[in-house]
Ligand binder design. Structure first.
Ligand code: AMP
Ligand code: MG
Length: 328
């Protein structure tokens, strides 16, 4: 199975400062690590930039352990093993937001999708395969949110239901990371969590941050010009396998049980709320251009849809420039 991550970085499990230099008394630095199955890059400027980057790396380790459904320990592992687990307030908030997106997307987005992810083999370290029709039908029946029970003493999932926060965890990480940057009085920073970009603060020259959006083939098809925000992209090219010459990706339609197929290559959401942007990028991809566009609009976020023919469609008037329009 191909993943969006460059294999070269797999060995870099440690927190690794790449460049560190001084601008006045303010340290400018870049850091690189491999966490949450993703190549992580953090760069920014601030006296305590290194401390902030270290704390963000620790946060990502913690999220990976507790919220990754492929982890063999931590909160989601316990939950999916049938145990009742305590629900911290910020995770409860993320689940609440996920439920709101599920309702408004008519179930195209659903954190209870895990049984389907498992049979398609989109779990860590597994190679994908097309399941039998009967397997798909059984897994679809298990995607039932009434199996999730939340009360004051915690959360549990019953009757074979399982949850996966893969579509929102990096967005949640973005929001928590911003709090860390603020705590350490970082002047400005760019965090790249592989498809989830956080821009923070103000650049010293007052210009916009420029975030490139991948075309899925190693290039950039558009640039987003923005202030402090989150730019989150979901694309079928991020994780997929091929069988009998056909490509199957990891963004699954909980209604049909198959990878969403609607002519889209990717959806990018721009919003200050990283968790929402992450949930919506997945939801809009599964819904397709028309319904996905309406969903993005209903949440008041900006969105950029790219279809397989290279056509671009936007919602909310984002400030973008297409690579094809760039002057040399
Ligand atoms: P993202 O890259 O944010 O779009 O998230 C992709 C991940 O979300 C997948 O690897 C799955 O773990 C999970 N996922 C796939 N399909 C869905 C869906 N329809 N609803 C919610 N989560 C999904
Ligand atoms: Mg997402």
């Amino acid at each position: 199975m191909k993943k969006k991550l460059a294999v070269t970085f797999v060995g870099l499990a440690v927190f690794l400062p790449l460049i560190m230099f001084f601008a006045g008394n303010c340290k400018k630095a870049e850091f690189h690590s491999f966490k949450m199955d993703t190549d992580i890059r953090i760069s920014g400027q601030g006296r305590d930039m290194a401390k902030a980057a270290k704390e963000i790396n620790e946060l990502l380790d913690n999220i990976d352990k507790n919220l990754n459904s492929h982890s063999s320990e931590g909160m989601i592992f316990e939950l999916n093993s049938g145990k009742r687990v305590a629900l911290p307030a910020d995770i409860a908030e993320m689940i609440e937001l996920s439920e709101e997106v599920r309702e408004k997307s008519d179930g195209a987005f659903n954190i209870a999708v895990k049984p389907l992810i498992d049979i398609w083999g989109f779990s860590h370290g597994k190679s994908g395969r097309v399941p039998e029709k009967e397997e798909i039908e059984s897994a679809v029946k298990l995607i039932d949110n009434t199996k999730i029970e939340i009360s004051d003493d915690g959360i549990s999932v019953s009757d074979g239901g399982k949850i996966d926060l893969g579509a929102v965890a990096k967005g949640y990480a973005s929001d928590r990371s911003r709090e860390i940057l603020k705590k350490h009085k970082v002047k400005y920073a760019i965090l790249d969590f592989g498809g989830n970009i956080v821009t923070y603060g103000k650049k010293p020259d007052g210009t916009d941050f420029v975030v490139g959006i991948s075309d899925g083939d190693g290039g950039i098809y558009a640039y987003v010009f923005t202030g402090e925000t989150c730019v989150v992209t979901s694309g079928g090219y991020e994780r997929f396998f091929e069988e009998k010459g056909k490509r199957y990706h990891h963004l699954l339609d909980p209604h049909t049980g198959y990878p969403a197929k609607n002519g889209l290559k990717s959806v990018t959401i721009i919003s200050e709320n990283g968790t929402l942007a992450d949930a919506l990028s997945t939801a809009c991809f599964v819904l397709g251009e028309e319904k996905g566009g309406e969903l993005a609009e209903s949440f008041g976020v900006q969105a950029v849809f790219l279809d397989e023919k290279g056509k671009v469609f936007t919602v909310g008037n984002p400030k973008i420039k297409l690579e094809s329009e760039k002057e040399d």
